[in-house]
Ligand binder design. Structure first.
Ligand SMILES: Cc1ncc(COP(=O)(O)O)c(C=O)c1O
Length: 385
């Protein structure tokens, strides 16, 4: 089976992970620091911390925003559970927003309509590593004075107007899960661009303690006595959110190889695009950058069908031929859990589109031979129907 996603690991990743094991230093270490500095250098952010996942980074964001019961947070329904979990875990209410048919990103007209006095934040998702019109979004944010969180799980290395996604929001989250373009096994990062949120971030990342101050404290001899124990006490809620050294070493190795990893993905993406647009069919559209201000990061390749039935048939046909194909995502507002926590709503575009999506394999280990095998099968499918 050709998998939808797969990490691309070399000797470099293995060597750095082995170095960590040989060093006996499994936390707060050298690679955590290097990975954070590398990400900071690439995207030019004020604060970066590597986390256990993008989900953790989103949870930290919700704590930093001090979300509480009865607060409303605008989020797209067309996203993964983590975006909403972060909000719901604070007792706040996710208010689901529809998506735009072209970008599959949040529909800004629907978003603005849903702002009320109870709205405390906007969470957007850069679906597929594309984004909404960020200029319009920032205008809305400013008009209603709302903090913005970017769930950039798919968006590491993507840009809008030559500025990296993840640097627009007050707080942002990246995923470096094994299914993403850059992999730290299960890993992520929180990015803070608004300095008012920085002071509390380390505390939340360190299980609610000021442990970071202890680590940075120079006069280590002087903190052994109880009366001098000024650091490492309980300051706030928090959890074990920091990435381990093993994950950080793996992530750092991938960051060093980022150009070639991204190049491989773009080669396959462009190959698919060139081949599949030759298919003379009105049955589907190829999901592509709708706006020249966006530079995508080749996170995924999808076909959007006009009919649910044909999308289902293509998925079945590809799987029968050992090519993994899937839908992506099942909207949150129609889930069984959502029915327990919020009243039913209708999101026209989200509901119309989600079953018509066919996602095909795209990862940095995929070569053009496999991409040809896949696109040839898609062409054959269209000859048969
Ligand atoms: C939009 C979105 N947000 C968050 C996540 C969670 O990422 P992680 O697995 O790093 O927690 C995902 C997972 O794919 C996602 O698609």
């Amino acid at each position: 089976m050709i998998e939808l996603s797969q990490p691309n690991l070399t000797k470099l990743e293995k060597n750095l992970v082995l170095k960590v094991l040989n060093s006996n230093k499994l936390v707060d270490g050298y690679y955590q620091d290097l990975a954070e500095k590398k990400i900071k250098g690439i995207i030019k952010a004020k604060y970066v911390a590597v986390t256990q996942s993008c989900s953790s980074a989103l949870e930290i964001a919700a704590i930093l925003l001090k979300l509480k019961p009865k607060d409303e947070v605008l989020i797209p329904s067309f996203t993964f559970t983590s975006t909403a979990n972060a909000v719901v875990m604070r007792g706040a209410k996710p208010v689901f927003v529809d998506i735009d048919e072209l970008t599959l990103n949040v529909d800004l007209v629907d978003l603005e309509k849903k702002i009320t006095k109870k709205t405390k934040a906007i969470f957007v998702v850069h679906y597929g590593g594309f984004c909404t019109d960020m200029e319009k979004l920032l205008k809305i944010k400013k008009k209603y004075n709302l903090p913005l969180v970017e769930d950039a799980a798919h968006g590491f290395m993507a840009k809008y107007k030559n500025k990296y996604l993840g640097t627009y929001g007050d707080i942002s989250a990246f995923s470096f899960h094994a299914t993403k373009n850059i992999v730290g096994s299960q890993c992520g990062a929180i990015i803070i661009n608004n300095k008012k949120y920085i002071a509390n971030a380390d505390i939340i990342l360190d299980k609610g303690t000021d442990r970071k101050r202890l680590i940075n404290y120079k006069d280590k001899k002087n903190i052994t006595s109880f009366s001098n124990k000024k650091f490492y006490s309980w300051k706030n809620i928090g959890s074990e959110y920091r990435a381990t050294e093993l994950a950080s070493a793996l992530l750092y190795a991938q960051l060093l190889r980022i150009k070639s990893l991204q190049f491989n993905r773009s080669k396959v993406w462009n190959y698919y695009y060139d081949q599949l647009k030759k298919i003379n069919s009105r049955e589907f559209d190829l999901y592509n950058v709708p706006d020249t201000k966006i530079e995508q990061c080749f996170h995924l390749f999808i076909l959007i069908f006009k009919s649910e039935y044909k999308a289902e048939k293509l998925r079945e046909y590809l799987i029968k031929n050992s090519i993994y194909a899937s839908f992506h995502y099942i909207p949150l507002h129609i889930s069984s859990f959502s029915k327990k926590i919020s009243s039913p709503i209708k999101l026209e575009v989200t509901e119309k589109i989600f079953k018509k999506i066919v996602r095909i394999p795209l990862h940095s280990s995929l070569n053009i031979r496999s991409a040809k095998y896949i696109s040839d099968h898609i062409k054959k499918f269209f000859k048969k129907i």
